[in-house]
Design a protein around this ligand. Structure first.
Ligand code: BDR
Ligand code: CA
Length: 321
């Protein structure tokens, strides 16, 4: 198996750190970022979310092993939310956090640095503003912003998957990544860093239909087989919900935004994070109609051209031979 070796520069590419909790849809975000000629993937950092952080790190190593992604440090981060007790997403992603495919032992090592240290180190040492892509709970990102106050001014953007202006998917009020660590999310949304918030109303526009799963399986490669197995498992678990959307590829939208923003419609909005209410803890209060007239702290993509998204993702997956 061979795949792209990134992390060694990449002139003209946008340098990013991908902070994740892999996670079935996270896996596609990793594969898209590592394959894209528009992106220089400098590190993959893991955080407790879809399951415990040790499982998330193992899963990142598994994905990179199968895809042949080498030369990108994988660093493990925070093992619990800042304040609340940990919750996991095994109902959707399985007990491994990445159920579906059978994996052999990973051949990619873990970087010895803590993810928060690596995030701070890479961003502070970079010769240009870097971008953080955050597709899990925001614990690592918030901790890094607190650890190094100069970090905010060194970031070009944080592109994140999380939140919703309507109903949640983990509680009636809240989306998973935000409700897992609402206090961290609040720090990030109040940081002043330019944010892009890919919420559920956007990500529910990219559902992996049987036709898409067939295209993935039809790649006939180790990565295609892994991805098809993940999508089948993900389709089963997501179909158990009353409002069954099917397997939504939430996380790669935050990467696609950086590669080709022309496939999106987006608007600046004011977003607050609820951290004190009993039933709506972790809700993103998105001022869609600008009724508050407050400063806009997030760009909120509202529509995505799903056909172009699938073509982008399938082309990326096809680069893994
Ligand atoms: C988000 O929650 C996680 O389960 C997914 O990986 C995604 O990041 C969707 O709400
Ligand atoms: Ca995720």
């Amino acid at each position: 198996m061979s795949g792209p070796t990134t992390g060694a520069g990449g002139v003209g590419r946008r340098p990013i750190i991908l902070d994740c909790d892999p996670g079935l849809d996270d896996a596609f975000a990793i594969l898209l970022a590592a394959a894209s000629p528009a992106i220089d993937l400098r590190a993959i950092t893991t955080v407790a979310g879809n399951h415990t952080v040790d499982r998330m790190t193992l899963n990142a190593r598994r994905i990179c092993t199968v895809a042949g992604i080498r030369g990108v440090p994988i660093a493990q981060g925070c093992d619990r939310p800042l304040v609340r007790a940990q919750i996991v997403g095994s109902d959707i992603h399985g007990e491994s956090g990445l159920d579906g495919p059978a994996f052999g032992p990973p051949v990619v090592d873990v970087d010895p640095r803590h993810a928060v240290d690596l995030i701070v180190e890479l961003i502070m040492a970079a010769g240009e503003p870097m971008t953080l892509v955050a597709i899990g709970p925001l614990t690592n990102v918030a901790t890094a912003l607190r650890r190094e106050p100069r970090l905010a001014s060194r970031l070009r953007e944080i592109s994140l998957m999380g939140g919703a202006w309507g109903l949640g998917n983990r509680t009636p009020a809240a989306e998973f990544n935000i409700v897992v660590d609402p206090e961290a999310a609040r720090i990030v949304f109040e940081s002043g860093v330019p944010l892009t918030m890919c919420g559920l109303e956007l990500t529910h526009q990219v559902i992996a239909t049987p036709d898409i799963i067939g295209r993935v399986a039809g790649l006939g490669t180790a990565v295609g087989d892994m991805c098809a197995a993940m999508l089948r498992f993900y389709g089963d678990t997501t179909s158990r919900r009353r409002r069954s959307f099917g397997p939504a590829l939430h996380d790669p939208t935050a990467v696609a935004w950086l590669i080709d923003p022309t496939m999106f419609e987006a608007e600046p909005m004011h977003v607050d994070i609820e951290t004190s209410a009993e039933f709506s803890y972790g809700r993103t209060l998105v001022d869609v109609d600008d009724v508050l007239g407050l400063p806009k702290n997030a760009t909120v993509p509202t529509r995505i051209d799903a056909m172009r998204f699938w073509d982008l993702l399938l082309d990326a997956l096809a680069t893994y031979r």
